[in-house]
Every structure is written in C-alpha cells, then in structure tokens.
Design a protein around this ligand. Sequence first.
Ligand code: NAP
Length: 259
Amino acid sequence: MNILMIGCGKMGGAMLRRWCDASNHSFTVIDPAKPDLPQKVRVEADLSELGGEIFDMIIVAIKPQMIEAVLPDYKNSLKNGGVVVSIAAGFALRNFSKILGDVPLVRVMPNLPALIGLGATGLYANTLCSSGQKKTVEDLMEAVGRAFWVSSEDELDKVTAISGSGPGYVFQIIESYIAAAEKLGFKPDEARALVLQTILGATEMANRSDEAISALRESVTSKNGTTEAGLNALNANGALDTLMRETTDAAYKRAIELQ
Ligand SMILES: NC(=O)c1ccc[n+]([C@@H]2O[C@H](COP(=O)([O-])OP(=O)(O)OC[C@H]3O[C@@H](n4cnc5c(N)ncnc54)[C@H](OP(=O)(O)O)[C@@H]3O)[C@@H](O)[C@H]2O)c1
C-alpha cells in the first residue's frame, strides 16, 4: 500500500520505525519538523511537495486540536475508496466525516509501550471499511504490540480509560511501591530494581499462564504468611478494588468530556 502519514512525532514516529522493518508498504510523511526516519520513508515538510499524489491510506498522527485546520487540505490526497486511520485521541468519527465526507475510517487508540513494540491498541472501524482494509490496519497495529477490535466509539473511550491511560496508572503504582521499599531502608536503585523485576516477573507469569489471576495470587499466599499480611493491608475491605474502579471511571468520564 501507498501510505501517507500526516504528522510524525513521538507516537507516529515510533510506530512508523517499526512498520518500516515489519511491512512492505511504501511510506510518505508530511511533517514540518522533518523527523529523521529510515531511508525508505519519503519525508516532506509540506503537502505542496507531493504534487497531487494520491494514497491508499492516510494516517492522521497530528495533535487532535490541529486536525480541523490541517486535514481539509488532504481531502484530495486519498484515493477513491482509500482508508483514513486516526491515532488522535478523542477526535470522533463524526468530526472526521464533517471534514472528509463519507470515507472508510479506522480510529485506533495506541498506548505508550508501542514505542518498544509492547503496545495495547484499541481499534474501531466505520461501516465503510472493507475487511481487507481492517486487516491491513490490524496488521500494522500488531507490529507495535497487540490489537483489540471494539464494536463502538464508546468502547474506544473505555479502551482509552483502561490501556490508553493505563501506563500512567502503572507508573504511579510503581512509584508508590518504590517509595515504600525505600521507607523499609533500601537504597533508591535497589528499591527500583527489586520493584521493577517483581512487576515484570509477576506480569510475565500471568501472561504465560491460563490460570485465573486470583488463582495465581492464591498460589503465592500462604495462610498467616507475609503475603497474606501485606494483601490484607493492600485491599482491606476492597479499598484497592474501589480505587481502581474510581480511577478508570474518572478517565472514561474525561474521555467523553473531551469529545
Ligand atoms: N503520545 C502518546 O502516548 C499517544 C497515545 C495515543 C494517541 N496519541 C495521539 O497521537 C497523536 C500525536 O501525538 P504525539 O504525542 O506523537 O504528538 P507530537 O510528538 O507532537 O507529534 C505531532 C507531530 O505533528 C507535527 N505537525 C505539526 N503541525 C503539522 C502539520 N500542519 N502537518 C503535519 N505535521 C504537523 C509536529 O511537528 P512540530 O513538533 O514541529 O509541531 C509533530 O512532529 C495525537 O493526536 C495524540 O492524541 C498519542
């Protein structure tokens, strides 16, 4: 496919670098910052450099607040029947339709670990997308982690609240966990290494297991042991359950407000 990416900053650039290794598509980027990209990518600062070329796919990777000003100029850059893919958070399909008319469109919500090929991405396609176009977008997102189709834009807002914002929650939990280890007397570098290796090991164990997470937790919790004592404090009267629910509810509410 002949693919055009509009804007190629942190997220667009991270994905494109992986796609260059993992796919045979041909890529063109328009970005005034002229980012340093693999040689096979054509990089231009401005749309006028393209001389009217048209593309099978246009990927919108600029900030959401710029889309209304920038995207109308690209209306004629999409091949008849071509697909538009947006990674912009919170910019709804109906707003794309106002600018581009009725075109096949996929909204994707990646998260930051896509930078290292471990992203979790939600995808939602409008009804004009062919199964071939959906498969192409899915393959691109699988190249930067795992891709999950959802059946409504509302579900994409929920994905935003779970995995889009999720790395932030996890970093916060890691910070608190490290601070607690330091309080017990470990030096900062020791606390960081112990905590990160524990989270990595537990996550990888869960990933490789078919068992319920609660069964894994029970398997490391002996009666009256240290883990049980810690867990009784961590989730006393379901306090942690409530906190996680409030966290994801607040992010979901904000995702809706930002539409
Ligand atoms: N970062 C994340 O974790 C994340 C996660 C999910 C979704 N997203 C979405 O990804 C999109 C990009 O985010 P980002 O973090 O990658 O932002 P970013 O680093 O600021 O990238 C945007 C790029 O677009 C360029 N640009 C500005 N004006 C342009 C124009 N008229 N035409 C073409 N390119 C233009 C910017 O250049 P200048 O720097 O010179 O302005 C910049 O290189 C956003 O819509 C965001 O919602 C990001």
